[in-house]
Design a protein around this ligand. Structure first.
Ligand SMILES: C=C(O[C@@H]1C=C(C(=O)O)C=C[C@H]1O)C(=O)O
Length: 360
């Protein structure tokens, strides 16, 4: 598939901007589902989510209620008129969810990381000639191509109401976030597929209730089209993900405090500021080019004097002093280290070319 376009999640996206999908991590009981849904619907949420089959890291945890949960989703739809969404991971899940009239299927991060599982789901959708909306979460690992590939499989199965969910990327050890946001990855996805609806999952990125609001705001500021947020009528008693679920009341408060900015308004002053950025980027490129020229001269010197290209001591010294300077200027030292590593990589590549008598 050359392109994922035109992809529209029209049915859902036209409802509201941002599109809000909310509901419990897991369907637990009919009462929990109906109570949560009624509160959410009262606050204007139009799409209800609930996990029926839960892919747990280790066996023995709450693995979802299975088929009865689909009946509860039907009841939610009848009672509130909301669209319903659930996660599917196998051919059987697709078949059961379609039979139950679920409106939106989402594919989880563990599944989207597995091309065989994705193909199985795509085949199941194609066999049913399904006209359902499908949202694909990013794979657990920060691999944009794998994420795009997962969506291409669904697109190739004839699904046109397709969207992406950014749930962050799994990392080893304890961090502020449960899943690293690595915002540059969904931003690159947006750059490559501007029409593809992009939804943020602040509940899984943050892993904590108190991070849902700031992450939601951040997603809106970055131009995401919607949010999928875990909401439970009694989060402390939830059978899964209790620390990241919020009550419908708290969710309503969060949604009311989010500031939506209009990305299409470009004022005179914004144009002027952007001209400055263009100018500065040109200067940055000029300076980088000059630096590379000097590096090539150094490469020539090293070649003549039989010195190795990489000089760790010098590189360390540069990293430390520039990171410190950057911090003094109000920039993140980590950011400066990332920039310098990239520059170093290119400079080493160009010097190796000198060693091998290649021009560039
Ligand atoms: C430019 C040099 O070669 C390499 C590239 C460096 C850089 O681009 O900053 C630093 C150290 C070396 O690993 C050098 O030795 O000074």
């Amino acid at each position: 598939m050359k392109d994922l376009q035109p992809i529209i999640l029209s049915e859902c996206c036209s409802l509201l901007k941002p599109l809000i999908i909310a509901g419990p991590c897991s369907a637990e009981s009919e009462q929990q589902m109906l109570e949560t849904a009624a509160d959410l619907a009262r606050n204007g949420v139009k799409v209800f989510r609930a996990g029926i089959w839960k892919p747990r890291t280790k066996p023995g945890g709450f693995e979802g209620v299975g088929l009865p949960g689909l009946e509860w989703l039907k009841k939610v739809k009848q009672a509130t008129g909301m669209l319903t969404a659930t996660e599917v991971a196998t051919r059987q899940h697709v078949s059961d969810a379609l039979n139950a009239g679920v409106d939106i299927l989402w594919i989880g991060a563990r599944t989207s990381a597995n091309p065989f599982a994705m193909q199985e789901i795509a085949d199941a959708l194609q066999e049913r000639n399904a006209d359902v909306a499908v949202l694909v979460k990013n794979p657990v690992n920060p691999d944009l191509e794998l994420w795009i590939g997962a969506m291409q499989r669904i697109y190739n199965a004839g699904i046109r109401r397709l969207g992406a969910i950014h749930r962050g990327f799994s990392a080893y050890g304890k961090h502020l976030y449960r899943n690293m946001p690595q915002w540059h990855i969904p931003i690159e996805l947006r750059r490559r597929y501007p029409q593809l609806p992009l939804i943020c999952d602040p509940s899984h990125i943050g892993g904590k209730r108190e991070l849902v609001a700031p992450l939601s705001q951040q997603a809106m500021d970055m131009g995401f089209d919607g949010l999928i947020i875990e909401s439970h009528c009694d989060p402390d008693c939830a059978l899964s993900d209790k620390s990241q679920q919020v009550t419908p009341e708290v969710l309503n408060f969060i949604l009311n405090t989010i500031v939506l900015r209009d990305s299409v308004i470009t004022t005179e002053s914004l144009t002027l500021l952007r001209q400055q950025i263009d100018q500065l980027d040109n200067e940055l490129l000029e300076v980088l080019n000059k630096r590379m020229r000097v590096c090539r001269e150094i490469g020539q010197f090293k070649k003549e004097h039989r010195m190795p290209v990489v000089q760790i001591g010098r590189h360390d010294e540069i990293m430390q002093s520039r990171a410190h300077l950057a911090e003094e200027m109000g920039m993140s030292p980590d950011f400066m280290r990332t920039v310098l590593s990239a520059i170093h990589e290119e400079s080493v590549r160009q010097q190796i070319n000198i060693f091998n008598d290649r021009t560039r």
